[in-house]
Design a protein around this ligand. Structure first.
Ligand code: KG4
Ligand code: ZN
Length: 351
């Protein structure tokens, strides 16, 4: 089955064509085409993503990416399903993707061997969550080996908008254990970067300067780790950094970055490890833009190894926003017979 996937929820415009096969017990993916245009440079002067600028850029980029895909040696008449992110995200940006997907559907219907190519919505957070299915590759195909043995699994989604802990019984059944009550962890990295005078997006910048700092220099709080739930809160931690810089204007920024990063990652680690113990999980699945953070990967990998369980995370480019993960989520939902409506829903969540 060939899925054409489109992602425009934030500041990346992306289109991918995937060949998907296998059932829920062994899904396999081959990336036939993958095109992405990042808007980071456009939003950087504003210190964050500007929704209407994002929309304008998506509208400009989508036809360019589509042309790139079409001239490539792939027969677009063989598309079986179109999937487009319908939420969560910035609504003007989401609509840009949905409208383009509808135009593509008309185009493909006119040229397709089949009479009708279906178009469905996709949940961006499911895209992140299921990106672990891209963590292992055999030849040209992505396929996780012994998938049954991964469950129950604890899935940690860490992005610029979300911080969510999920429990997966299998690919069909899951439950949300907890999520952030205020800022997402990526958002905290971005805000701390701004406090330290570093450019947007702040995550990679904070990670970089933290390398030169002492993670135990400042005892920043580990929010909500004393509470026996799986919720997070990162706004107080960000404020602690703000007050520290206000009271110590000459503080070593590398120490502040390293201490903040240590506090944020320690919080994620503690909650994830507790979920692993409580639910006797057989694996940890890490996803979302913050999964690009090397110390976070290292900490979770070490925790998994200590517990004798598996740790799965996709490559860097499939953790920051991309269309491949949207195709993966669309295939899982196709197998589950679950459909999302084609309406932009900025506040869509995962359950
Ligand atoms: O998943 P994503 O690309 O977009 C959303 O869905 O939000 O995540 C973007 C977030 C940003 O907050 C960015 O600062 C953060 O991921 N991020 C990182 C790193 N790379 C990206 N945070 C910490 N360390 C990194 N290396
Ligand atoms: Zn994302």
């Amino acid at each position: 089955m060939r899925i054409l996937a489109i992602e425009t929820s934030c500041d990346e415009t992306a289109i991918a064509l995937l060949e998907c096969s296998g059932g829920l017990a062994a899904p396999k993916f081959r990336i036939l085409k993958d095109a992405l245009a990042s808007q980071i440079k456009i939003h950087r002067p504003f210190g964050g993503v500007v929704p209407n600028l994002a929309k304008r850029e998506h509208i400009k980029n989508l036809p360019v990416l589509w042309k790139k895909l079409k001239v490539a040696d792939v027969d677009m008449r063989r598309v079986d399903l179109i999937a487009v992110t319908s939420g969560p995200g910035l609504e003007p940006a989401l609509w840009a993707g949905i409208t383009f997907a509808q135009e593509l559907q008309k185009q493909l219907n006119a040229t397709s061997d089949k009479r009708h190519v279906p178009l469905v919505g996709a949940n961006h957070l499911e895209g992140h969550l299921y990106s672990f299915l891209l963590a292992e590759k055999k030849g040209v195909r992505y396929q996780v080996s012994g998938i049954k043995k991964l469950f129950p699994a604890v899935g940690l989604i860490v992005s610029g908008g979300h911080t969510t802990l999920m429990l997966l019984k299998d690919l069909k059944t899951r439950k949300k254990l907890g999520e952030t009550r205020d800022d997402a962890v990526g958002e905290a990295f971005d805000k701390v970067a701004r406090i330290l005078g570093l450019p947007y997006p702040g995550g990679p910048e904070v990670q970089k300067i933290a390398l030169r700092g002492d993670p135990s220099a400042i005892p920043f709080p580990r929010p909500m780790t004393d509470q026996k739930n799986y919720d997070f809160s990162f706004s107080g931690l960000k404020t602690a950094v703000l007050y520290h810089m206000r009271d110590n204007p000459r503080a070593d920024k590398a120490d502040v970055a390293a201490s903040f990063q240590e506090a944020a990652l320690d919080t994620l680690l503690q909650k994830t490890s507790r979920a692993v113990r409580e639910f006797r999980a057989h694996s940890i699945l890490l996803s979302g833009g913050v999964a690009a953070n090397k110390p976070l990967r290292d900490k979770l990998a070490a925790a998994a190894e200590k517990s004798g369980i598996k740790f799965l995370v996709a490559e860097f480019e499939h953790n920051t926003d991309n269309a491949v993960m949207i195709g993966v989520a669309a295939y899982v939902n196709f197998l589950k017979k679950k459909k999302y409506p084609l309406v932009a829903n900025g506040a869509m969540n995962i359950r």
